[in-house]
Write a protein that binds this ligand. Structure first.
Ligand code: NAD
Length: 513
């Protein structure tokens, strides 16, 4: 078995062999089937989590709707104080939680720590924001009238998250939703249920210390059927869902059917454009980290590198050489660059993509393959692969959630590269490597990248919490995290106040009685 202090980490996080998967805060219960969580690192069973039944869910919703009435009248800066304490607890438990993220999901320990750091960062951001939930004031066209707008909380926010960011996505949503006055019900991915239990234990301690009621932070567990409890529930005005485009389309339809709001953070097909003026060294670091980091399982992972023909061979050779340096193995061992895929289904998708790219006319230039033998017993370790391909191949158009990188060639102007970059269904992250100001500005202009994220001289992968995060087209259009993303968790109300003894109507309409 892996011994990187996992047992100690599980103990500190309150993870048991069998865990209740439903919680309203400090109360835990669950009457559904059991999910077994196996580590992709070594295939070991980490623990079990019981799933949420319909009756369990209704109990959760009763607690949440009741708690909302108390939580919404607490002044926002005091809600911020609770989030500040939560951030503090995360600082104390950063190492065990980072370790669990790494062991249950398979990303490197450094990335696991980074994910917890993102949670801490969003808490800090939310604390400041709790004193800045500003609306505008407007000038009324009527004398003696005042107009302004204010933001009120929505109610119960449902959060559905993906396996690849098993803790941060929840925090991005929940830290903002809480300071906005909402209460939250979270369904983590069925592939990373223990991360959910650990997070709920951390916030439960804070809620208890502050003598807050059950229902402010709720956890439910299970597969899509448990997710559907929330998407069909009119008591949930906003469902924030992170995952595949396939899932997002279903969630959007179901929530839209009842005129609820959905915040969708879905798949990407992210590209880096490399122009003749690019810094090759920076391109290689940004491109390779983007393609193989988290074993290619980030929504912002680099899938395509679009290289100008004049420097194509030079860039290709440098990237291929860098792939030769990659060490694949236990992600808890800091010497390794690439850990495992999440499970053997993901390995099958990876194999399928490699077969497809060849069948569609591509050429493999860095061979892939599944690793076996000592250290690779889980069957989830694969070699990052590179293929030369064309943007029109169906497999290149598709997001394969694995370390398969496509090299594409462009000629002529940067516009041609931008057309290739935009020529996919997804619109999450994009980047250009260039020292040419004109090219960079064209890429960022109205006629440039159509993605939610467009970077210059950094890769596609990884984002800071200060900016709004999300993408267009098949990525779903949602924005989370920084900037004014908080507004999605609130409802806007326009207020007009008349402080005169007259009742003039808008637009000068006369109505005399
Ligand atoms: P997934 O779509 O299989 O599952 C995501 C979540 O949705 C899980 O919790 C799952 O149980 C739930 N779900 C699935 N169908 C549902 C339904 N019909 N109703 C309600 N809930 C449902 O995705 P995954 O494999 O866990 O994650 C990988 C995908 O997530 C990739 O496409 C990746 O790009 C995307 N992702 C996007 C972002 C982003 O911010 N844009 C971030 C992380 C991951």
């Amino acid at each position: 078995a892996t011994d990187f202090g996992i047992d100690e980490a599980l103990k500190q996080l309150g993870i048991k062999d069998i865990n209740d998967g439903t919680s309203t805060g400090n109360q835990w219960f669950s009457n559904g089937d059991t999910i077994e969580s196996h580590s992709p690192v070594d295939g070991q069973l980490i623990g079990k989590v019981t799933t949420t039944t319909r009756a369990d869910y209704d109990k959760v919703m009763e607690a949440a709707t009741t708690a909302f009435k108390t939580w919404r009248i607490k002044p926002a800066p005091l809600r911020g104080e609770v989030v500040r304490q939560f951030g503090q607890k995360l600082r104390e438990l950063k190492e065990p939680l980072g370790k669990l993220v790494s062991y249950e999901m398979g990303k490197s320990y450094q990335e696991g720590l980074g994910e917890v750091q993102e949670m801490i960062d969003i808490c800090d951001f939310a604390v400041g924001l709790s004193r800045q939930l500003h609306g505008l004031t407007m000038h009324s066209e009527r004398p003696g009238h005042r107009m302004y707008e204010q933001y009120h909380p929505l109610g119960v926010v449902g959060i559905i998250s993906a396996f690849n960011f098993p803790v941060a996505v929840w925090a991005w949503n929940t830290a903002l939703a809480w300071i906005c006055g909402d209460v939250c019900v979270w369904k983590p991915s069925e592939k990373t249920p223990l991360c959910g239990v650990a997070c709920q234990n951390i916030i439960a301690a804070v809620l208890k210390e502050n003598e807050l009621p059950e229902g402010i932070s709720c956890l439910i567990n299970g597969d899509y059927k448990v997710g559907e409890f929330m998407t069909t529930d009119t008591r949930i005005p906003l469902v924030s869902a992170t995952g595949s485009t396939r899932m997002g389309k279903i969630v959007s339809r179901t929530v839209g059917e009842r005129l609820g709001k959905s915040l969708l953070e879905l798949g990407g097909n992210n590209a880096i454009i490399v122009t003749p003026d690019a810094d090759i060294k920076m391109t290689v670091i940004g491109g390779v980290f983007g393609a193989v980091g988290t074993c290619g399982q980030r929504c912002t992972s680099t899938r395509r590198i679009i290289i100008h023909e004049s420097i194509y061979d030079k860039v290709k050779d440098a990237i291929v050489a860098a792939y030769g340096q990659l060490r694949i193995g236990n992600p808890l061992d800091e010497n390794n660059h690439v850990g495992p895929l999440i499970d053997t289904d993901a390995v099958a998708n990876y194999n399928n993509a490699l077969a497809q790219v060849v069948a569609q006319g591509g050429k493999i230039i860095v061979e892939g393959g599944v690793l076996s033998g000592e250290g690779y017993e889980s069957g989830c370790y694969v070699k990052p692969a590179i293929a030369e391909a064309d943007n029109s191949f169906p497999i290149v158009q598709h997001e394969t959630f694995a370390p398969v990188l496509y090299l594409l060639k462009y000629s002529g102007d940067v516009e041609n590269a931008i057309d290739v970059q935009n020529g996919v269904a997804q619109g999450l992250s994009s980047a250009i490597m260039t020292n040419n100001l004109r090219e960079a500005e064209r890429f960022l202009s109205v006629a440039g990248s159509d993605c939610g994220i467009a970077n210059v001289n950094i890769g596609t992968s990884g984002a800071e919490i200060g900016g709004a995060f999300g993408g267009e087209k098949d990525t779903g259009g949602g924005r989370e995290s920084g900037s004014d993303a908080w507004k999605v968790y609130m409802r806007r109300q326009t207020n007009t106040i008349n402080y005169t003894t007259e009742l003039p109507l808008a637009q000068g309409i006369k109505f005399d009685l």
